[in-house]
Structures are given as C-alpha cells and as structure tokens.
Design a binder for this molecule. Structure first.
Ligand SMILES: Nc1nc2c(ncn2[C@@H]2O[C@H](COP(=O)(O)OP(=O)(O)OP(=O)(O)O)[C@@H](O)[C@H]2O)c(=O)[nH]1
Ligand SMILES: [Mg+2]
Length: 344
C-alpha cells in the first residue's frame, strides 16, 4: 500500500476533489460512481467527529450456507449466532458490544410487534437466537424481521473496535423468485433491504463452489457498486494454493484488476484437527488476516490511499478534459491536490 506523508488539509482537498470528480462522472458511469461514493461516505464517517461515539457496523452478506454466521461467531469468540448445514439464519441479527452492560438485552422487532428480553449468559442468548432468528427454531415461534442484541461480549476479538456493531444476515438468493420456497424469498428480501445499512460489508463465497450462478447474481446486483471485503470461506475444503483460488475467484466472478484495487480478498476456514478429525468451533485459517483487513479498511489512512488510487484511475480512464472543465467552474476547488495525486 502506498503511504505518503500529507497534511490534513491536503487530505481534505483530495477528498473534496475526488468527491467532485465522482459527482461529475457521466451517467453511464453510475456503477463506478456509486462504488466510489460508498468509500467516500465511509471515509467521512471515520474521519468525522461522531466516529468515536457511534461505532461503525460490519455486516456479512452472501448466499445461504456460505459460513457467514460461523465467521461472526469466530470474531465474537462465542457460538452465539445460529449456524447449520441447512438454511439457518432467518432474521437480520445485529450485535452491539457495550462492555459496561452486566447482561444482554435482546430486542426483537417485526411489522407491528416489538419485544425486549434480558439474559445473563451468552448461551441463553444463543438459545433465543436459535429459536427466534433461525429456521431451526420451533415452528410455532414467531419469526422476527430484526433482532438486536446489546451486551458485554467479553470474549470478542480484542483488535476489533471495543464498541463494535456486527450484523448477520439470512443467506439470500438472487433467484429467490424463481426458487421454490416462501421462506427463502422472505429471507432474501430481508437481506436485500438491509444492504447498505452497514458501514463495511463482507461478501462471503465458499471455496467449495466458487463463483456459481447465485454468487455472481448476488455480487452483480449489490456489490459491483459497493466497496467490500471479499471473504472466501471454507478454505479447508479446497487443496489449491491461495493464489490459484483467488485467480479462480476473479475469473469466475468476472472481476478485473481495477476492481481489485479498491477491495481485499481474504481466505478463511476451519482446519480439522489432524488427530481426532474433529473441527474447532471457530475459523483458524485466515482469521487474523480477516481481522487485519477489517481494521485496515476502517483506517482513514487506508481510505486516503485508496482515494489517491481512485483519483488516478478516474483521471486516466475518463474524459478528463471535460471533467476538469466542469470542475473548474465550481469555486473553491483545490484541483492541485488531485493533480498531484494523479502524477505518480
Ligand atoms: N469445513 C468447514 N465448514 C464450515 C466453515 N464455515 C462454516 N462451515 C459449516 O458450514 C455450514 C454453514 O455455516 P453457517 O455459518 O450456518 O452459514 P451461513 O452462511 O450463515 O448460512 P445461512 O445463515 O443459512 O445463510 C455449517 O455447518 C458450518 O459448520 C469452514 O470454514 N469450513
Ligand atoms: Mg447464518
């Protein structure tokens, strides 16, 4: 990653200039514009005054059975979120960490109803989430659109922001309207409606069946226009080396190098124990890499460096005369910094 010394005002100028370039792109470039806009929004939030008070949220998304809940349990250090080899998560489950709280408050909400319960132990929270937020719950239990849990989560990974917000979502299927099953349709709608509400998105695909039709449809519909970390889960199920898996992923998903410049790809998995053949509860391949990527993507310096790359890309690939003419019509714009950023 390029790291250069630059002052705060230069960063602000660069950010403003980039925002304007993004804003002035021609309509047919709306896909790129939206993707870059989401990075700018994230940067604004991180560098903004309220970032300390309002914790940033990290959401996981993808088709059913990709290991999304397992991944979050691993970050939480606790098997709290329901997971299963069949469609599992059925509610949007948001976890807020607040270490000062003595117990967990669980807030369920649906169309017209709302209910709040309190529990002391993570295992009790897990039981409730399985009952009300998963397909493994009893049939008679009401299904909630959203479940919010606020509590201490003492075993959560220490590198994460101490007041994190993690969001688990039901596996969604872009072809749900073609697929039989009212539940899958409902799940998918819940997930689709929630995309965009997290500050950082993790898009999950399994190494077992990379780049299938459903993964591609999900990506094209939601993440080709939004910056995200790509997580290739179930690494233990595939023998190839990391580079080969990543290349395969890029090819099958139709991703280009330019797209790679504004996101990260991380491989994660649960390595079975050599002697007993049993599996650990938590991912142990790529876990640290994922946490480092999350922390890096939420770092203003990382976002500034990305914006420099993006600024260079935009000026190189677009009709820069026209864009610059437009920009120059706007007073108080510091084009100088954009030009400096694009020289290298
Ligand atoms: N071998 C292996 N199995 C995994 C891994 N991650 C998850 N699994 C298993 O895959 C199945 C699905 O995992 P979940 O975490 O429930 O997947 P999900 O994406 O949350 O599924 P939905 O909530 O239905 O969308 C479970 O049986 C997990 O134990 C992994 O890295 N390696
Ligand atoms: Mg799940």
């Amino acid at each position: 990653m390029e790291t250069q010394k630059h002052s705060k005002s230069e960063d602000t100028d660069l950010r403003n200039a980039l925002a304007l370039v993004v804003y002035y792109m021609r309509p047919e470039d709306s896909k790129l514009r939206r993707r870059y806009s989401s990075l700018i929004a994230l940067y604004d939030k991180i560098s903004g005054q309220d970032a300390e008070i309002k914790p940033l949220s990290i959401g996981v998304y993808g088709c059913p059975n990709k290991g999304k809940s397992t991944l979050l349990n691993s970050l939480l250090g606790e098997n709290i979120l329901p997971d299963a080899p069949i469609p599992s998560t059925s509610s949007i489950i948001t976890l807020h960490r607040n270490s000062r709280l003595p117990e967990y408050g669980i807030n369920c909400s649906g169309d017209h109803e709302k209910t709040v319960v309190h529990r002391k132990k993570p295992s009790e929270v897990q039981e409730l989430l399985r009952k009300y937020g998963s397909h493994q719950g009893c049939e008679s239990a009401p299904k909630w659109d959203k479940i919010e849990v606020e509590g201490p989560f003492p075993d959560a990974d220490k590198k994460l922001n101490p007041n994190f917000v993690l969001r688990d979502t039901p596996g969604a299927e872009a072809y749900a309207d073609r697929v039989k099953g009212e539940e899958l349709k409902q799940d998918s709608e819940r997930t689709y409606n929630s995309i965009g509400s997290a500050d950082l998105h993790l898009f999950c695909v399994s190494c077992e069946d990379i780049g299938g039709e459903s993964d591609r449809a999900f990506y094209n519909r939601f993440f080709s226009e939004r910056a995200c970390i790509h997580v290739l889960t179930k690494r233990d199920k595939r023998g190839d080396d990391d580079t080969k898996i990543k290349d395969d992923y890029m090819n099958k998903m139709g991703l280009t190098d330019n797209e790679e410049a504004i996101m990260q790809i991380v491989l994660t998995g649960i390595q079975p124990d050599g002697e007993s053949g049993t599996r650990d509860r938590f991912i142990n391949i790529g876990r640290e890499d994922l946490i480092d990527s999350i922390c890096e993507c939420l770092d203003p310096q990382f976002l500034i460096d990305k914006m420099r790359q993006i600024a260079r890309f935009i000026v190189k690939n677009y009709d820069s005369d026209e864009t610059m003419d437009d920009l120059k019509k706007i007073p108080k714009i510091h084009i100088r910094n954009l030009e400096t950023a694009t020289e290298k």
